[in-house]
Every structure is written in structure tokens, then in C-alpha cells.
Design a protein around this ligand. Structure first.
Ligand SMILES: *[C@@H]1O[C@H](CO)[C@@H](O)[C@H](O)[C@H]1NC(C)=O
Ligand SMILES: *[C@@H]1O[C@H](CO)[C@@H](O)[C@H](O)[C@H]1NC(C)=O
Ligand SMILES: *[C@@H]1O[C@H](CO)[C@@H](O)[C@H](O)[C@H]1NC(C)=O
Ligand SMILES: *[C@@H]1O[C@H](CO)[C@@H](O)[C@H](O)[C@H]1NC(C)=O
Ligand SMILES: *[C@@H]1O[C@H](CO)[C@@H](O)[C@H](O)[C@H]1NC(C)=O
Ligand SMILES: *[C@@H]1O[C@H](CO)[C@@H](O)[C@H](O)[C@H]1NC(C)=O
Ligand SMILES: *[C@@H]1O[C@H](CO)[C@@H](O)[C@H](O)[C@H]1NC(C)=O
Ligand SMILES: *[C@@H]1O[C@H](CO)[C@@H](O)[C@H](O)[C@H]1NC(C)=O
Length: 448
């Protein structure tokens, strides 16, 4: 059985052509170890390299949107927001790495990763033209920046102007939008243009949104998510696919200390070979603007292949009081958020975006209690990676992130003066990659 499994893995990475006879595997584990290492190199002409550039494992992203069902009660009567999850709206991801350079001395390869998203109506709950009532993210961004950046002398003139512009453009706390506007198409926030025109004499308005357009994945289709440099594994297999730099930097620019700015681990698609259950696996996430750590949870069998499931420990999300390592992820020492959520303001152009696990899974109860309609569930909402230990390949993964907007009462702005402070979920997404054995491999599996 063991030899069979190893054979499948080797077939999957293209190594089987180099070895003949099934007995060999069981008898010479050292040879196998060397063989695996020999194969796991990002070098021209290897199967590993081709599979790494164009990942053969199908990948999807499913979006779920939180439809607010009591907008007027929430906005006018101090009621808690009631949300109803709608979705999934599913897109196939075609992920391509475009190699742009190599550094033989450092043993690295540099690439841009381009994702193309194709809508899949047959595995979606509805069309992208459906309407939902959602929390108005641009409004909170504008309010936050105005509250923080406008000098006291200018406030008496500026805030009433902003307040009337918000009413004029119907920028309320909850707005009605199409699914497609919230995801890739985006919608123009016309207020921003006007605001710039009328306010630029007093104050410099930072560009809050690209093209003054808001959409969770606006500008992300068929474009590069940054330039990565990773180790090829040629001179040291323990570095296979570990990230060396991102956008030519070894540290992130977002956080207040070197520790929080570390770019650790891989992109989560694979790890160096021979990972053990005792190891902490690091993944750098461009969505969360930070490195994540994963710990072993249990063994999971995927079509006869034994894998180790790694998940994000609760400690990772803990508030700075419980986990001082997280202090540097808090942008304002006076008002750090509670456990289970990650403030993304510094990496989202100052917008009050807060990430968490879907439905505030593993988060402080306070967030869950302030919104009606959420039901955290480990199976549905946890993030995990199933890693084949010998090769480090990730055979099955779910990356699940919820984006919330930190809604704040702002007495100077009419649209925001009669609400309570609350973290309102806008949407969550699940990125799915699921290994399925190609037909040719299944035939070999059956023969051995
Ligand atoms: C790898 O292949 C590419 C294009 O096929 C070529 O430009 C490059 O020089 C090759 N690199 C090495 C190290 O052989
Ligand atoms: C969102 O809620 C509104 C009313 O509460 C409803 O009309 C609309 O159909 C819902 N949207 C979806 C996609 O279910
Ligand atoms: C992404 O771009 C491709 C073409 O490059 C297009 O076919 C596809 O529909 C676009 N996806 C979305 C979600 O707009
Ligand atoms: C505001 O207008 C100036 C020029 O009038 C322009 O350079 C700047 O990009 C604009 N900012 C925004 C956020 O549109
Ligand atoms: C902004 O608009 C320009 C012109 O329409 C377009 O080329 C560019 O891609 C847009 N930016 C983003 C982030 O989509
Ligand atoms: C190989 O890389 C690992 C991980 O970075 C490192 O700990 C180890 O010292 C390296 N081995 C050699 C021989 O350089
Ligand atoms: C980065 O990795 C190092 C070990 O290589 C670890 O000590 C550190 O905690 C990690 N940093 C983050 C932010 O995960
Ligand atoms: C926040 O507190 C930490 C430790 O308590 C300190 O090291 C850091 O400099 C403080 N940051 C700010 C911006 O005050």
C-alpha cells in the first residue's frame, strides 16, 4: 500500500518515468527521498516547473454576500443589523505564473501571478444581476479619512459640506447594489469626484479608490497581484518555493514592526518536501497583507493518499492583550480590536476594512452578538490545507476570509449620526482547490 501511494505522488509530480518496478519504492526509501528532491525543483523542462506555472488542480472562488434585511430599522431606530447570507456566486480561477527572471546565484525565480476569473452560473445560487442591501464601504472610508485627516480649523467648513454631499448622492449606511458591482465590475462613487473638486482648495484628498470605483475584486481580473521571487529548491530542497521577496521587498510596508512585516513561507500552493506534523507552516497572504501560520490538526485521507491537515490556530487571531505578538498589527494602541479579527486599514488606503473568519468563527463573542443572522461553523468556515508530507504538495485547500466594515457613528455627518458602532460583514469568500486524479494516474494506481 505504501509503495502504491508513493507511486501516485511520484506520478503526480512526473517522477515515475525515472524509476521502474514497484518493489524499488519500499526497499529504498533513501532513493525515494532523493528522487523526490531531485524532482521538486523549479527548473526548465521539469513537470514540477510546468505544474507550478500553470497549476493543474482546478481552483474556484465562491463569494457569499450579506444582505441586510432591516436597513431602515438599523439606520433610523438603533436596531441591530439583521443579515442574510446569499450565494455562492462562483468563479473558476485560471492561475498563471509569468516568469520574468532568474537569479542563479541566489537560486531564485521571479514571476508575476495573473488570475483570470470566469463566472460559473451552473454552480452559483443566482445571477450577478441580483440586488442586495449591503453596508456602504466607501461611505465609511470617506468618513474615517475625514474624521482622521481634516485639520480642526477646516472642520467647521468641511464637515457640513461633506454631510450635504453625502445626502445629495444618497450615500446612506446601507445601499442597494448588484452582485456584479460588489465583486469585479465595481461602481463609481461619484461623490468622490465632486468632493475632490469642491474640497481640493482646503485639503488634499488622498485617492481612496482606484478610478473612484469600489468593488471587492475591482481591477483584480486578469491583472498581476504583485511580483514574487521564490527559491527554486535546486541548491537546498528545504527552500523549495519559499518566498524570498514580494514586489522586490523582503519586508512589508504595512505594519509597525519588523516582526509583523515578515514575509514568511510560501504562497500556500505547496511547501518544501518532507513536512512534519510538528512544523509550523507559514503562508504569505496578499489578501490579508501578512504572513499566516498553520498548525497540524489531523490526518485526512484523499483518494487513498494520506495527507496532514493544517489549520490556523485560534491564537493567531488573538487580541494583543492575549497574544502580545499581535500588538504590531494594531494601528492604534488606544483602540485595538478584540480577538478574531484583523484590521486591514493600513493596507487598504485607509479604508476601515476588517478581515475575520466567515461568520466570525473563532472571534470574540461581541462581534457575533452585535449582528443578527450569523452562525459560525467549523466545517463551513475554517481555513485549512491538506498537505502530502513527502512532497509538500497541497492536495486540497479552503481559504476562507470574511470582509467586514467598521461602521462608526459620526455626529457631524447626517447619514452617520443615528447609528451604533458595529462591525458589519459585507461578504465572505472561499477559495477552493481540490485535487482530483487525472485518468492516466488512476490507471497506474489500479495496475500497481
Ligand atoms: C528556460 O526557458 C526559457 C524559455 O523557454 C529561456 O528563455 C531561459 O533562458 C531558460 N532558462 C534556463 C536557465 O535554461
Ligand atoms: C436581499 O434582500 C431583499 C429584501 O430584503 C430582497 O428583495 C432581495 O431579493 C435579496 N437579495 C437576494 C440576492 O436574495
Ligand atoms: C475576466 O476577464 C476575462 C477576459 O480576460 C473575461 O472573459 C471574464 O469574463 C472576466 N471575468 C470577470 C468576472 O469579469
Ligand atoms: C483630485 O483632483 C486632482 C486634480 O484636480 C487630481 O490630481 C487627483 O488625482 C484627484 N483625486 C481624486 C481622489 O480623484
Ligand atoms: C481605471 O480606468 C482606466 C481607464 O478606463 C483603466 O485603464 C484602468 O485599468 C482602470 N483601473 C483599474 C484599477 O481598473
Ligand atoms: C537550507 O534551507 C533551510 C531553510 O531555509 C536552512 O535552515 C538550512 O540551513 C539550509 N541548508 C543549507 C545547507 O544551506
Ligand atoms: C516568520 O517566521 C519566523 C520563523 O522563520 C517566525 O519566528 C516568525 O514568528 C514569523 N513571523 C510571522 C509574522 O508570522
Ligand atoms: C504600542 O505599544 C507597543 C507596546 O506596548 C509599543 O512598542 C509601540 O511603540 C506602541 N505604538 C504606538 C504607535 O504607540
Amino acid at each position: 500500500m505504501v509503495s502504491r501511494i508513493i507511486k501516485i505522488i511520484l506520478v503526480a509530480i512526473g517522477a515515475v518515468a525515472c524509476i521502474s518496478g514497484g518493489v524499488l519504492y519500499a526497499m529504498f526509501p533513501k532513493i525515494i527521498k532523493a528522487k523526490i528532491e531531485e524532482q521538486l525543483i523549479l527548473a526548465n523542462g521539469t513537470t514540477t516547473y510546468e505544474n507550478w506555472k500553470n497549476i493543474p488542480i482546478p481552483m474556484y472562488v465562491r463569494f457569499y454576500i450579506f444582505n441586510v434585511t432591516n436597513p431602515s430599522d438599523f439606520m433610523n431606530n438603533n436596531a441591530k443589523p439583521i443579515v442574510e447570507e446569499v450565494g455562492p456566486y462562483t468563479f473558476k480561477i485560471n492561475r498563471k505564473k509569468e516568469v520574468i527572471g532568474r537569479n542563479e546565484e541566489r537560486d531564485t525565480v521571479q514571476y508575476n501571478e495573473v488570475n483570470t476569473y470566469i463566472f460559473q452560473p451552473e454552480i452559483s445560487a443566482g445571477t450577478q444581476d441580483e440586488m442586495v442591501y449591503v453596508v456602504n464601504a466607501p461611505l465609511q472610508g470617506i468618513a474615517k479619512i475625514a474624521t482622521k485627516n481634516i485639520p480642526p480649523l477646516i472642520r467647521p467648513f468641511f464637515m457640513p459640506l461633506l454631510s450635504s454631499l453625502l445626502i445629495h448622492y444618497k450615500e446612506y449606511v446601507i445601499v442597494k447594489r448588484k452582485i456584479r458591482q460588489l465583486l469585479f465590475d465595481g461602481y463609481e462613487v461619484r461623490l468622490l469626484k465632486d468632493l475632490n473638486k469642491s474640497a481640493s482648495r482646503f485639503v488634499k484628498i488622498p485617492p481612496l479608490l482606484p478610478n473612484n470605483t469600489f468593488g471587492l475584486f475591482y481591477g483584480k481580473n486578469a491583472t498581476s497581484g504583485g511580483t514574487f521571487t521564490v527559491f527554486t529548491g535546486k541548491s537546498n530542497s528545504s527552500r523549495f518555493t519559499l518566498i524570498d521577496t514580494w514586489n522586490n521587498k523582503r519586508f512589508l510596508p504595512y505594519w509597525s514592526s519588523k516582526y509583523c512585516n515578515m514575509i514568511n513561507g510560501t504562497d500556500g500552493g505547496q511547501f518544501p518536501p518532507h513536512t512534519t506534523k510538528e512544523e509550523i507552516l507559514y503562508v504569505f497572504s496578499t489578501d490579508l497583507c501578512r504572513s499566516l501560520n498553520f498548525e497540524y490538526e489531523k490526518e485526512v485521507n484523499i483518494k487513498g493518499i494520506k495527507t496532514n491537515r493544517f489549520t490556523i490556530p485560534a491564537q493567531f487571531y488573538a487580541a494583543p492583550v492575549a497574544n502580545p505578538d499581535n500588538q504590531c498589527f494594531c494601528s492604534n494602541n488606544q483602540s485595538c480590536l478584540n480577538g478574531g479579527v484583523i484590521e486591514l486599514t493600513t493596507c487598504k488606503r485607509g479604508a476601515p476594512v476588517v478581515a475575520s473568519a466567515p461568520h466570525f468563527y473563532q472571534a470574540s463573542k461581541q462581534y457575533l452578538q452585535n449582528v443578527i443572522g450569523l452562525k459560525p461553523d467549523k466545517t463551513l468556515h475554517q481555513t485549512f490545507l491538506d498537505v502530502e508530507p513527502m512532497t509538500g504538495l497541497v492536495l486540497n485547500a479552503r481559504k476562507r476570509i470574511q470582509l467586514n466594515i467598521d461602521v462608526k457613528r459620526t455626529p457631524e455627518l447626517e447619514s452617520l449620526q443615528s447609528i451604533n458602532d458595529v462591525l458589519i460583514p459585507l461578504a465572505w469568500l472561499s477559495e477552493v482547490s481540490q485535487f482530483s486524479l487525472p485518468a492516466s494516474i488512476i490507471i497506474i494506481f489500479k495496475q500497481s
